[in-house]
Ligand binder design. Structure first.
Ligand code: NCD
Length: 306
């Protein structure tokens, strides 16, 4: 089974993956993937995603073949198209984890691959495995998603982790979604239409302080500077610098939040999430990153129909 976007998962499958992940946290509960090979093909930088996928495969006893920077070290540097690269690597492996800078790349790869493709981020598109990790982190904390108010802060326009998590949360009976960003960095129209079609209560917000007492889950993200440059709208980046303080979470703002609120971030962080938040009891972003290994073990097994 390919894992390409959040919309492909129903609630039962999500429940199954998360309960498998819980079990897989115990090394004795892990089935063996000895003899299976996972290829990690990353055309964009990564720390957590690639390492946690590889740690997950090693944890299951499988093997990993990898390129640290496919854009630089694979034949892409010689001009090879993605389809040819994937077709060939799919003959060398049982599963391919792909990260690419262009939206839609995972779907393109799936069309030519003879083995399952896992989308580990396609440009400003989606990052479905991260979204399941995020959902797992929320569920571990609150035990449910129903009734929660969630605020996405930062680059709601181009953050693929936000896009994927919004699609997942839309499946649950959440109270409200806030999208906290300047007007010139707003949610993409297809996602707004999706929220409307699914009657999800949501609204934009221009300042963290306006909603600071109402939110259960804060999901901060960095400005996707590389994608704004790609868009040749560098002015947005400069404009953002002027208002960035409204979208920055520091210890002072964190203290104003509900006592049982949690602060998440897919990482890497820049200035939007201050280092002084790390010691605040609401900080959960390192637990969130740690949850990546168990969820990715469960997803590798699911992709391989094991
Ligand atoms: C994110 C990504 O690559 O989309 N990181 C991650 O996978 N945890 C977030 C980002 O790059 O801003």
């Amino acid at each position: 089974m390919h894992i390409l976007k959040s919309q492909q998962f129903d609630k039962n499958t999500l429940r199954y993956i998360m309960s498998e992940a819980k079990a897989l946290e115990d090394p004795k509960q892990r089935p063996s993937l000895a003899g299976k090979i996972m290829a990690t093909v990353f055309y964009e930088p990564s720390t957590r995603t690639r390492f946690s996928f590889e740690a997950a495969m090693h944890g299951l006893g499988g093997s990993v073949i990898s390129t640290e920077s496919a854009a630089e070290f694979s034949s892409a540097a010689k001009g090879e198209i993605l389809e040819d690269t994937i077709r060939v690597i799919s003959d060398y492996s049982d599963l391919i984890v792909l990260r690419h800078s262009v939206e839609g790349s995972a779907v393109r790869a799936a069309k030519v691959s003879s083995v399952p493709i896992i989308n580990a981020g396609d440009g400003a598109g989606q990052h479905p495995t991260q979204a399941i990790i995020d959902l797992y982190t929320i569920l571990k904390e609150f035990g449910l998603v129903s009734g929660l108010t969630i605020a996405f802060v930062g680059d709601v326009s181009k953050s693929r982790t936000i896009h994927s998590l919004v699609y997942l949360l839309s499946k649950y009976d959440i109270a409200h979604l806030y999208f906290v960003s300047p007007e010139f960095i707003s949610l993409k129209p297809e996602l707004i239409r999706y929220l409307q079609a699914n009657r999800i209560s949501s609204s934009p917000c221009r300042n963290i302080k306006d909603i600071v007492e109402h939110v259960d889950v804060w999901y901060s993200t960095r400005l996707q500077k590389e994608r704004i440059v790609e868009d040749s709208s560098f002015d947005k980046y400069l404009a953002f610098q002027k208002v960035a303080h409204k979208y920055r979470i520091d210890a002072e703002i964190a203290e104003m939040m509900k006592p049982d609120a949690i602060i998440m971030h897919p990482l890497p962080r820049r200035g939007e999430l201050a280092l002084d938040v790390d010691t605040n009891p609401r900080a959960r972003y390192f637990e969130q990153a740690a949850n990546g290994v168990a969820i990715r073990m469960a997803l590798i097994l699911k992709a391989l129909d094991q």
